[in-house]
Ligand binder design. Sequence first.
Ligand SMILES: *[C@@H]1O[C@H](CO)[C@@H](O)[C@H](O)[C@H]1NC(C)=O
Ligand SMILES: *[C@@H]1O[C@H](CO)[C@@H](O)[C@H](O)[C@H]1NC(C)=O
Ligand SMILES: *[C@@H]1O[C@H](CO)[C@@H](O)[C@H](O)[C@H]1NC(C)=O
Ligand SMILES: *[C@@H]1O[C@H](CO)[C@@H](O)[C@H](O)[C@H]1NC(C)=O
Ligand SMILES: *[C@@H]1O[C@H](CO)[C@@H](O)[C@H](O)[C@H]1NC(C)=O
Ligand SMILES: *[C@@H]1O[C@H](CO)[C@@H](O)[C@H](O)[C@H]1NC(C)=O
Ligand SMILES: *[C@@H]1O[C@H](CO)[C@@H](O)[C@H](O)[C@H]1NC(C)=O
Ligand SMILES: *[C@@H]1O[C@H](CO)[C@@H](O)[C@H](O)[C@H]1NC(C)=O
Ligand SMILES: *[C@@H]1O[C@H](CO)[C@@H](O)[C@H](O)[C@H]1NC(C)=O
Ligand SMILES: *[C@@H]1O[C@H](CO)[C@@H](O)[C@H](O)[C@H]1NC(C)=O
Ligand SMILES: *[C@@H]1O[C@H](CO)[C@@H](O)[C@H](O)[C@H]1NC(C)=O
Ligand SMILES: *[C@@H]1O[C@H](CO)[C@@H](O)[C@H](O)[C@H]1NC(C)=O
Length: 701
Amino acid sequence: MSPILRGQVIFCFLLASVTVVDGIIDRNSIVQQYNLQLNRSHPYSPVQVGNGNFAFGVDITGLQTFLPHNTLSSWGWHNSSLPMTPNQTKPEDYTGVDWWTHNRLVNYAQPNPKEANISQWMIANPHRINLGRVGLWFGDENVTEQSLTQKTQWLELWEGRVSSSVTLHGSKIEVTTIASPDTDTIAVSVSSDLLHQGGLSVFFDFPYATGENKFDAPFVGLFNATSNHTTALHTEPNQAIITHTLDATTYVAQVVWQGDAAVLRLKEDEHKYVLSPGHSVDKLKFTVTYAPQATNTTTQFEHVEEAAKTWWADYWSYGAFVSFPIASNSSAYELQRRVILSQYLLAVNGAGRDPAQESGLVNNGWYGKFHLEMVFWHLAHWVFWSKWDLYDRSIGVYNRFLPSSFDRAKKQGYNGARLGKMSDPSGRSAPGSINSLLIWQQPHPMYFGEMEYRSFPTTATLQKWDSILTGIADFMASYAFLNESTKVYDLGPPMYPVSENTKPNATMNPTFELAYWRFGLDVASKWRMRQNKSIPPTWTHVYDNLAAFPVENNTYVTYEGITDMWNTPEYTEDHPGVLGIQGWLPPDPQFNESIFENTIARVHETWNFPFSYGWDFPLIAITEARRGDAERAVAQLLDVNNAFDEVGMPVGGTRVPTPYFPAASGLLLAVGMMAGGWDGKEGMTWPEGWAVEAEGFVRGM
Ligand SMILES: *[C@@H]1O[C@H](CO)[C@@H](O)[C@H](O)[C@H]1NC(C)=O
Ligand SMILES: *[C@@H]1O[C@H](CO)[C@@H](O)[C@H](O)[C@H]1NC(C)=O
Ligand SMILES: *[C@@H]1O[C@H](CO)[C@@H](O)[C@H](O)[C@H]1NC(C)=O
Ligand SMILES: *[C@@H]1O[C@H](CO)[C@@H](O)[C@H](O)[C@H]1NC(C)=O
Ligand SMILES: *[C@@H]1O[C@H](CO)[C@@H](O)[C@H](O)[C@H]1NC(C)=O
Ligand SMILES: *[C@@H]1O[C@H](CO)[C@@H](O)[C@H](O)[C@H]1NC(C)=O
Ligand SMILES: *[C@@H]1O[C@H](CO)[C@@H](O)[C@H](O)[C@H]1NC(C)=O
Ligand SMILES: *[C@@H]1O[C@H](CO)[C@@H](O)[C@H](O)[C@H]1NC(C)=O
Ligand SMILES: *[C@@H]1O[C@H](CO)[C@@H](O)[C@H](O)[C@H]1NC(C)=O
Ligand SMILES: *[C@@H]1O[C@H](CO)[C@@H](O)[C@H](O)[C@H]1NC(C)=O
Ligand SMILES: *[C@@H]1O[C@H](CO)[C@@H](O)[C@H](O)[C@H]1NC(C)=O
Ligand SMILES: *[C@@H]1O[C@H](CO)[C@@H](O)[C@H](O)[C@H]1NC(C)=O
């Protein structure tokens, strides 16, 4: 959607598919009930301020004084030097691996053992960088979190402001921390008698980056590799510009302060700087703006404070909202807490120029790269909550990545455009044995396009998605392989289904992917009809002759030919993708209710839920809601294996470090569908006795 005024969005969705009881909920008072109040730092779960493209994690001091929490952005990335062996290898020398695929060789972006070092380099580069650390500086005194008393910290959600207060030697230190909604700026105010007594200043430090850790968590970067990078200080009245250079990556941190203070480098060969106030100062206000290049603007604390206040009040006020009056049920408090804190955290971590990373801007999962199959889980909730402007920030990724997707398909001998998987902002997909064989990311644009068209049935929407849907549908049709003896189109082998736990050379016709292929081709065909364009006959032929769902023992199973699925532990863990055909997707023409009932019963009996990922619970919740079992839907959202910690971070499961944001975005998606309904189901799906008020939700398919 081209940028549109929010007033128009609200106007449009009122006309379109919604359940609305508009403007009756007292949102401000509900949001404020869930303000964080903390008394200690959390190593894996920083309190954050941010704007979707930039986030700054803080410890109990409101800065990064004791814990080097991260400052991550959409634009800050770094390449390590290319492998030394063989000498002068370049990314262009990486060739992938050829596998026989239905009687022809297809090139897959797998790690190539003969090209091991450049393969690994392509996986680990570029990686997202930690832009720098800002903390309280106590000079030579060894102050630890334990030496402070009266520690309290508030996150005020409606204002987007963190207020921290600690006491050192009887003197209070009060810190306010705010992020700008417009630039990658933090605004900080420090008040304390210790400032003019000379015992307190503020430091800035800059780490080096490496691609050594797939999960660089909880802290990103190396502060002790000081000889591998450089910083340079340029000062002007009331501002300092620190230029940080890590190999080919250069950016600036611009520090702007009010009143009498100065920035000095602490030690010649290190990258630590101190902002020291003059003797009369008892309140130090400053901003730090991180940017690829210096600008002339000097951003003041008050400017950021005002802009953040306006942005956050607006964020909470427009689009959808749901209220679970607490008196109605004790679980309601916890569900409301998860919903409100997820809304805050996703605006900070999951609303950037690129689709979100699973750990957002908290730390670096998968080197900070994002995954195209996860775009559904990261972005769909914005649609249901009618926050189209935030969805719009990154949905352009499909257009941006279309040329490289056409190249990928062509190189493999397919028609159309094949989306990649683990991506950096350039659209390059990292080599990976699973990465190159997943296929469920392909129909996501059909899902998003269709949801958008339902709310905005305009020529502009049709044009926006036309070449994307056509390119991807062409790939999907050409990927499906016509077996001449059965006259059926098969998906795979080789491939990985949603659950990445099968043997790719044996995996064909996975249940979920079959449904999603039919769904995607159907939407792409409707798209052509809406524009009076002809439907390519191959799309129709594939749609009509795609393999039937694999059924064993009267249940749907992960893929055709899987042996003894329900009694085999390796097949009853990971994502229960098979359930996605009822709930996540609207009903498939082949859907059989009694087979599905057997299937969901087997999942509940056999699944290894402690080993599940965070979005598996909302996935099942949506399925349960679609079946009409609201009790079990809510139970999934509050499942013991689906924890949200004190800071509101989705813990995410046992396989990845906290946080794992698809659990939060999946929660909002599930709640959105349960509040907004879907075709054939007007109204809400909540357990008996729950008093729920909802407004502004968009109806699902
Ligand atoms: C800190 O907060 C925790 C959890 O809210 C609480 O149990 C504990 O008593 C608090 N500690 C202090 C010293 O206030
Ligand atoms: C990393 O290297 C690739 C070339 O392989 C280049 O396209 C990209 O721009 C580089 N990124 C950074 C942040 O230097
Ligand atoms: C790599 O090759 C270049 C050009 O041949 C040479 O100058 C350089 O010394 C070589 N480096 C190593 C580490 O062998
Ligand atoms: C799959 O089959 C190809 C041959 O077509 C083979 O090269 C490859 O190693 C097999 N992969 C696995 C994981 O077994
Ligand atoms: C990768 O690099 C290591 C040294 O870093 C070298 O021993 C090894 O031979 C290289 N592997 C390949 C396949 O070039
Ligand atoms: C500071 O004090 C803490 C706790 O007393 C101690 O563990 C740490 O080693 C000290 N650090 C320095 C640099 O002296
Ligand atoms: C540098 O710091 C990292 C942790 O950030 C540590 O693992 C490493 O051992 C340190 N290296 C040196 C040379 O001190
Ligand atoms: C820093 O540079 C030195 C010398 O080039 C190199 O040996 C070392 O591996 C580098 N450290 C990191 C963390 O890249
Ligand atoms: C910065 O200031 C100079 C003059 O002081 C002006 O020419 C230039 O356009 C300004 N740049 C920006 C980005 O505002
Ligand atoms: C076609 O399907 C039959 C029956 O399932 C199977 O035996 C055969 O291997 C398939 N042919 C190809 C080329 O995949
Ligand atoms: C179907 O059930 C039978 C008996 O329990 C079992 O032996 C067989 O492996 C099952 N088939 C599948 C595909 O699960
Ligand atoms: C709250 O609702 C859940 C889900 O319907 C139900 O299982 C639970 O018993 C209810 N608790 C109370 C105290 O009513």
